[in-house]
Design a protein around this ligand. Structure first.
Ligand code: MRU
Length: 342
């Protein structure tokens, strides 16, 4: 089992995913700034993990507060903003912070020491719930797969992107236990290579058969008849089922549609944003152009080359065969089916 985040002795401990697969390094943070920076720089990444890490960050900030009780509200809102401003697309970040807010608001009248404890408890609950949620997603999703399936995925929606087990990779894990997985095709996921660095490593740890491909090989492999399903995670699902996920997901969905291959999205309910009617309203993060110009410090292009670097794209609901959450599997029309399963 891979531990991605922990809270011990008023420190947030995270596995630095930027160093994987070469090195397994855990870093300990004692300030909200450090936690926010770790999220911003992708040391911790993946929608569910970002949410829980931010919650631990908020608990950490509260635990280390030594100012006057009357000034705590102002302090809480400052550290909350710091965490909320790290990454805009994954709605799990805001969902987790809102859960912390509710605990704070309902207990604001209590002694500060007690309040600090309640905030930490809430973060710990989210951590535990996330693992159970993913196991349920895995069980529901595995039912969609036939024996000896060859499944394609992108980015890393695995144990590394969550508190454990994973969403899309949770489905694959569960299906593998039922002997339904013959092969996983892992798209490398340019520019940050979460597929190559993280998914391949994670699946190999569990001896799940995985082959790495570059992103532009996906269509050809589908055409060869070597893909039975595509399964991806999600950063935010709009009320109509439109889904934001790692850049490249939309291309896979179009290709899957063209080749008549089912395209599944696996995500917890906390990834569904009912306040957003369609994918058009999902904020898409744009990241540093250097991520595209260079890989691990080595330039692939002219240093001054103009770059466009959206970190996510949106897949139209009509391209999604079904959405798998911890509550079960839903099918189109998603406006109706998502709400009914909520
Ligand atoms: O930029 P990242 O690495 O945080 O992007 C991660 C993804 O796009 C995942 O597919 C998504 O967050 C789901 S993780 C269970």
């Amino acid at each position: 089992m891979i531990n991605t985040v922990a809270y011990e002795n008023d420190q947030v401990i995270v596995l630095n995913q930027n160093l994987l697969p070469d090195k397994i390094v855990y870093e300990s943070y004692t300030s909200v700034e450090e936690v926010a920076e770790a999220i911003r720089t992708l040391k911790v990444r993946g929608a569910p993990l970002i949410g829980v890490t931010a919650a631990f960050g908020l608990a950490l900030g509260a635990a280390r507060y030594s100012g006057r009780a009357e000034e705590f509200t102002e302090y809480y809102s400052a550290i909350r903003s710091q965490l909320a401003s790290t990454r805009p697309t994954a709605v799990n970040l805001f969902w987790a912070l809102q859960r912390m807010d509710r605990v704070y608001q309902n207990n604001a009248h209590r002694e500060l020491a007690e309040l600090k404890e309640l905030l930490l408890n809430e973060a710990r609950c989210m951590f535990e719930e996330d693992i159970q949620t993913n196991q349920l997603i895995g069980q529901h999703g595995a039912q969609l797969l036939q024996e000896s399936s060859r499944v394609m995925t992108i980015c890393n929606a695995g144990a590394l992107a969550t508190c454990g087990y994973g969403t899309a990779l949770g489905v694959i894990r569960s299906a593998y236990q039922q002997e339904k997985i013959a092969k996983v095709w892992a798209c490398e996921t340019r520019p940050v290579l979460q597929g190559a660095r993280l998914t391949v490593w994670e699946l190999m740890q569990d001896q799940i058969p995985v082959a790495l491909i570059t992103d532009n090989m996906a269509g050809y492999i589908m055409k060869l008849g070597k893909v039975d399903a595509v399964i991806v995670g999600a950063d935010r699902i709009a009320a109509n089922g439109d889904t934001a996920n790692k850049i490249g997901t939309y291309s896979l969905a179009v290709l899957a549609h063209h080749h008549g291959i089912p395209f599944y999205v696996a995500a917890p309910q906390s990834t569904i944003d009912y306040s957003i009617a369609s994918g058009q309203d999902i904020p898409i993060e744009e990241r540093d152009p250097e991520e595209v110009r260079s890989v691990r410090g080595v330039y692939l292009t002219v240093k001054e080359a103009e770059v466009f670097n959206p970190a996510f794209d949106v897949t139209d609901n009509r391209l999604i065969t079904s959405i798998i959450t911890e509550k079960g599997v839903v099918f189109p029309p998603y406006e109706k089916s998502l709400r009914e399963r909520n």
